[in-house]
Write a protein of this length. Structure first.
Length: 110
C-alpha cells in the first residue's frame, strides 16, 4: 500500500507513479528559473503569467503519468476538471504561442 501524506491528510488509494514529490520539486525549480513564486502558483491568483505556468506544470505532471485528480490536489486542492482544462490549454498554447513554447523549453530544462 502506498501512503502519501499531503497537508495533514493521508491518501492510501493512490496507485500512480511514486515520484510525485520529485516531480513537484522539479516544478518548483522551473518556477524559480522562470521568475515565478511557487506560493503564487498555488494561490487562486489569475494573473496570466501564473496561469500559464500552472498550465505548464500540470501538463508536466500529466506527461509523467499522474492522474488528473492527483494533479489537482497538488495545486491547492483544485478539481480534476481544472487539471484537464489546464493540460489541454497548455498543449494548445505550446502549439500556437512562441513565448509559451520558450517557457515550456525552459521548464523542461529545469
Amino acid at each position: 500500500m502506498n501512503h502519501i501524506l499531503r497537508i495533514g491528510e493521508l491518501y492510501d488509494s493512490y496507485e500512480g507513479p511514486a515520484d510525485l514529490h520529485e516531480e513537484v520539486m522539479k516544478c518548483r525549480r522551473a518556477a524559480e528559473n522562470l521568475g515565478v513564486d511557487w506560493e503564487d502558483v498555488l494561490s487562486h491568483n489569475r494573473h496570466q503569467y501564473l496561469c500559464d505556468f500552472r498550465f505548464l506544470a500540470m501538463k508536466h505532471l500529466r506527461d509523467k503519468g499522474f492522474t488528473y485528480k492527483v494533479i489537482g490536489g497538488v495545486f491547492n486542492k483544485r478539481d480534476h476538471s481544472t487539471a484537464v482544462y489546464a493540460v489541454q490549454t497548455a498543449e494548445n498554447l505550446i502549439a500556437t504561442d512562441r513565448m509559451v513554447r520558450q517557457k515550456w523549453t525552459t521548464f523542461r530544462q529545469s
